[in-house]
Design a protein around this ligand. Structure first.
Ligand code: CMP
Length: 139
């Protein structure tokens, strides 16, 4: 059975533009409950580790530079079928391809500066949640 938690990040583009509140309200409007949240500024080492799976991709260095360019906001979210539902709500990686009304269509600038991250599997949701939060911080 699909899990009921996933990890999201309001990325530095959206956070700096003052869109964090609107994005979280959008997610709550889609029945997600916030069960952990923090504001932080990722270090290069943290961003490289978090996106390690993309290390060989041509956009890796640029992605790390972007993700360390300002504050971001990781959150753990809860609802039924959380991973799949969040990916539907945020839309395609590239906002040009994202469906109308999705978070990325509304708030993303580009394929890289795309406002929000979402885990792509239950396994990664657990791994990514543990990356940012101790078990005792997820309520
Ligand atoms: P995210 O869902 O956080 O997962 C990996 C991130 O890499 C993605 O969102 C984008 O920010 C970035 N990304 C993925 N593909 C590209 C690409 N082709 N060019 C630039 N950035 C990309």
């Amino acid at each position: 059975m699909a899990g009921n938690r996933t990890l999201t990040i309001v990325k530095p583009d959206a956070f700096a533009a003052g869109k964090a509140g609107k994005i979280i309200a959008h997610l709550e409007g889609a029945d997600f409950k916030v069960v952990a949240a923090r504001v932080m500024h990722l270090t290069t080492v943290q961003a490289e580790e978090f996106y390690g799976v993309h290390r060989e991709r041509p956009f890796f260095r640029s992605l790390v530079t972007f993700m360390t360019s300002g504050k971001c906001m990781p959150l753990v979210l809860e609802r039924a079928d959380a991973v799949a539902e969040l990916r539907t709500v945020i839309g395609s990686t590239d906002p040009a391809e994202a469906a109308e009304g999705t978070v990325r269509k509304l708030y993303a600038e580009s394929k890289e500066r795309n406002a929000i991250h979402a885990s792509d599997s239950d396994e990664n949701a657990s791994r990514e949640s543990r990356f940012f939060f101790a078990e005792s911080e997820i309520l």
